[in-house]
Design a protein around this ligand. Structure first.
Ligand code: IPM
Ligand code: MG
Length: 445
């Protein structure tokens, strides 16, 4: 052993010095050091405690990124569009929702069942009622969509959905995620298609709102880093932007519309809106006959009330939140959100719904029967068009225009001063039955 040691020393290699019995020799310094070490430890613990929320937030952010990357992989692999012609039966699931939802959705179902009665008799179309998507049930199990409801939903091809209450902090309900948003994401219904038409004012708009990304993608998954710092996340993916933008251009091309407008705030929200806008102009190159331009959401909101400008817009494509806001504004020119339908389209599933909420106040005040079913019936017309019954869809749209905008033999006010939803639906059914329906409608164009 000794020999080895001396060899090593000769080579200049360091050897460990034998430990000094510190405690015995320098007690004062040691005491001070111990004190220092304790202070250091406390400082370190304090530092670690302060860093904990950051570490937690970082971990959380990491998980969100992983989930979004998985989405990208799924989008890349997504199957092609479902072909309704090959399906027998096409299963239409009807979800009443809550608040005024079950009431107005029942009226819409009545109209669809009437229009599709031959198809139902032939076994080509089947209606299925899906219960349980109520705020009471969702609150009870603390889930935006109860698993049994989701399982039923997934057995259908198409959904007609009534409004569902979306809670916010301070409501009597727990602040769970919106059922609409959860279903849109779960079924990958990436396109929210919302038409607004007011022929008398020269308005003919089609909005393509991105439906699974933007600030909605991680709505319930923001972080309260500390009591002073809260952060939400906005998501844009190349694939997500591309598929909605392409749908807008395809629609324009198919309908001989020569302009598509993107709406973003890419001058401020540079990364995600930036990707949306960049993708927009890339896709636009594939449609050289269509003029592509873009506007920022603030000025676009103003331009929709500019009488000279607004008639020039035709097809608009925009990220989720801007689409939510702008389509409510647009619907107002047509008679309010109660009159506009909304289609949530994906490659495998599609869901058609009213663009308004569940109006719990109407229920509370005993006015449910006066709720306007027009929005969800208009969604029904979009449903018919989507599954290949364009002639029936057109009939229903013309009847809705006549009853709600032109002739207005019955008017709905939301209270006993106006018609009930049932009476209004009867009016629509009578109008559909008119053999001169098209002539009557043309007269108003
Ligand atoms: C809509 C609605 C929903 C949305 C709500 C109910 C979550 O406002 O369909 O526009 O914000 O998308
Ligand atoms: Mg909305």
């Amino acid at each position: 052993m000794k020999k080895k040691k001396s060899k090593k020393m000769k080579k200049g290699k360091k050897t460990k010095k034998p430990k000094r019995p510190k405690k015995m020799k320098k007690p004062k310094k040691i005491k001070r050091m111990k004190k220092l070490t304790r202070a250091k430890k406390i400082k370190k613990t304090k530092k670690r405690t302060a860093a904990m929320p950051v570490v937690r937030a970082e971990k959380h952010f990491g998980r969100l990124i992983q989930a979004q990357l998985k989405r990208v992989v799924a989008m890349k692999k997504a199957a092609d569009w479902i072909d309704y012609k090959t399906l027998k039966p096409i299963i239409i699931g009807v979800i009443g929702g809550d608040g005024i939802g079950p009431h107005i959705t029942a009226e819409a179902q009545r109209v669809l069942e009437h229009l599709l009665k031959d198809e139902v008799a032939k076994g080509k179309v089947k209606f299925r009622t899906i219960e349980g998507l109520t705020i009471e049930r969702r609150s009870e199990i603390m889930k935006p969509v109860p698993p049994d409801v989701l399982a039923e939903v997934k057995k259908c091809h198409i959904l007609l959905k009534g409004p569902t209450t979306t809670p916010k902090k301070g409501d009597p309900w727990p602040n769970i995620e919106s059922a609409n948003v959860a279903i849109r994401k779960e079924l990958d219904l990436f396109a929210n298609v919302r038409p607004v038409r007011v022929p008398s004012q020269g308005l003919d708009w089609m909005f393509f709102r991105e439906n699974t990304e933007g600030s909605y993608a991680l709505g319930p998954f923001g972080v309260e880093v500390t009591g002073d710092l809260a952060m939400d996340f906005t998501v844009a993916t190349k694939q997500g932007c591309e598929r909605i933008i392409r749908l807008a251009f395809d629609y324009a091309k198919k309908n001989n519309i020569n302009r598509v407008t993107a709406v973003t705030k890419a001058n401020v929200v540079k990364t995600t809106d930036g990707l949306f806008l960049k993708t927009f102009y890339e896709v636009a190159k594939e449609y050289p006959d269509i003029e592509a331009d873009d506007w920022f959401i603030d000025i676009m909101t103003a331009k929709l009330v500019d009488l000279k400008r607004r008639t020039q817009f035709r097809v608009m494509v925009l990220p989720n939140l801007y689409g939510d806001i702008l389509t409510d504004e647009a619907a107002e020119f047509q008679g309010g959100v109660g009159t506009a339908g909304s289609a949530n389209i994906g490659k495998r599933y599609a869901m058609f719904e009213a663009i308004h909420g569940s109006a719990p106040r109407m229920v509370k005040e005993g006015r449910t029967q006066y709720a306007d079913p027009s929005s969800v019936i208009r969604a029904g017309a979009m449903l018919l068009n989507h599954i290949g019954y364009q002639e029936l869809g057109k009939k229903l749209e013309m009847a809705l225009d006549i009853c709600g905008q032109y002739e207005k033999k019955l008017v709905m006010t939301g209270r006993s001063t106006g018609a009930t939803g049932r009476a209004f639906c009867d009016y629509i059914l009578e109008t559909i039955a008119d053999p001169n329906l098209e002539k009557r409608w043309q007269g108003y164009q």
